[in-house]
Design a protein around this ligand. Structure first.
Ligand code: PLP
Length: 399
């Protein structure tokens, strides 16, 4: 029997999907389930996106397209990022992928040799570690617990960069914590980054349109434009426009990196389908009313979630200022029992919570922080408060 490649053995099934699967089974068995587990935006793009897709379908060429992405899409993306203050990029700085996940995978292939080091703060989006494992990179996780609001401190970054990692991967706003770095915090980190010219910087900022409280979105290149020659900005239509299933991700960065991504594309995906590209172009260039309205809605939901969680004695919930996640530290429950079921850790907590109350959350260990759990609050508002009440009740019943 031939063996699978070693890299496949290094890939782990997603812990997020395990809980989602269990919730699905319970639902099929007739249980009343409220899911706070999956990180999908739960809204559809504006009608103009569908109109553009239908129009593209009516004159589809059915042919392969550009490995880098059609020029109209590249231009639409360039205009989009210019509105974020990322100016001075041209078509040769851009490339596409099948969602940001594929873009990040491509970047790992393009930037990391086996044994190279990549560092990123924890809590981190699960896929970062998995992709690094698959390509055989060494991971240096930089722990950022709730006491530091889940944010990376400049001194921590400095210590990590002194090890000369090949890549520093940064995510702002954050999945799973919803934390957003202020302008001053970005400046302080950028001031460290400029001193380590041998490290690529990847900023996965796909939640950049979902920032609350007037905080604004900030990138290291805003603070230190010279970082542009080794910084790669990652974006996607998934979260901003409610289009996770359309699978369009993009980067803007140095020409050499965009070219490498394009070459990789030419060897696997070839191109994006025409209809999909048309939809993404419409999303970038059309009305931004839907993302704006959703951002306001999520900010309101954030308030409800934080208030409910902070009302639970012992639970620590740093206030998220973006995306649609909250990441409470629930370690106060460890060592206690619920209806005779002992809770030793986050995984047992989430399993007991789901079983007892029908509320599905993701254990923090999936994100490198086993004292917490992730609540994704994109569910209908009518489910939000009952779900939070069930969590409060569950805590009240712990002995
Ligand atoms: N990066 C982060 C931080 C995410 O949360 C996600 C999806 O959950 C992705 C990337 C992947 O996005 P896409 O749907 O564009 O592949």
């Amino acid at each position: 029997m031939p063996q699978l490649a070693q890299r496949v053995g290094r890939a782990k099934p997603s812990a997020i999907m395990v809980i989602a699967e269990k919730a699905k089974q319970l639902k099929a068995a007739g249980r009343d389930i409220i899911s706070f587990s999956i990180g999908v935006p739960n809204f559809l793009p504006g009608e103009h996106v569908y109109a553009a897709a239908r129009e593209a379908l009516s004159h589809d060429s059915g042919q392969y397209g550009s490995n880098r992405g059609p020029e109209v899409l590249l231009d639409a993306f360039l205009a989009h990022i210019e509105a974020l203050g990322l100016t001075g990029y041209g078509r040769l700085n851009v490339s596409i992928g099948i969602g940001a996940k594929h873009v990040l995978y491509n970047l790992a292939e393009a930037l990391l040799n086996e044994g190279d080091e990549i560092c990123f703060p924890a809590p981190y989006w699960t896929t970062y570690h998995d992709i690094a494992d698959i390509v055989g990179a060494k991971v240096n996780v930089l722990p950022c617990p709730s006491v530091q609001n889940y944010k990376l401190a400049p001194a921590q970054l400095e210590a990590a960069l002194q090890r000369k990692p090949k890549v520093f991967l940064f995510n702002n706003p954050s999945n799973p914590t919803g934390m957003v770095y202020t302008r001053d915090e970005i400046v302080a980190l950028a001031d460290v980054l400029v001193n380590y010219p041998d490290t690529w910087i990847v900023t996965d900022d796909i939640y950049n349109s979902m920032v609350f409280d007037g905080l604004g979105y900030h990138n290291f290149v805003h603070a230190r434009p010279e970082l542009r020659e080794r910084l790669i900005f990652v974006d996607s239509v998934s979260k901003t426009y409610g289009m996770p299933g359309w699978r369009v991700g993009l980067i803007a960065g140095p020409e050499s990196v965009a070219k490498a991504m394009t070459t990789l594309n030419s060897n696997h995906i070839t191109s994006l389908p025409e209809v999909i590209s048309a939809a993404a172009i419409a999303a970038f260039t059309g009305s931004q009313d839907v993302p704006k309205a959703k951002c306001a809605e999520f900010a309101g939901k954030r308030d409800i979630v934080v208030e409910a969680l902070r009302a639970i004695p012992g639970v620590i919930c740093p206030r998220p200022q973006g995306a649609f996640y909250a990441f409470p530290d629930i370690s106060v429950a460890f060592g206690k029992s619920h209806n005779g079921v002992r809770i030793g850790n986050d995984v047992e907590f989430c399993a007991a919570l789901l079983e007892a109350t029908g509320v599905a959350c993701v254990p923090g260990s999936a994100f490198g922080e086993p004292r917490a759990l992730r609540i994704s609050y994109t569910c209908p508002t009518a489910q939000l408060e009952p779900g939070l009440q069930r969590i409060q009740q569950f805590f009240a019943e712990l002995v």
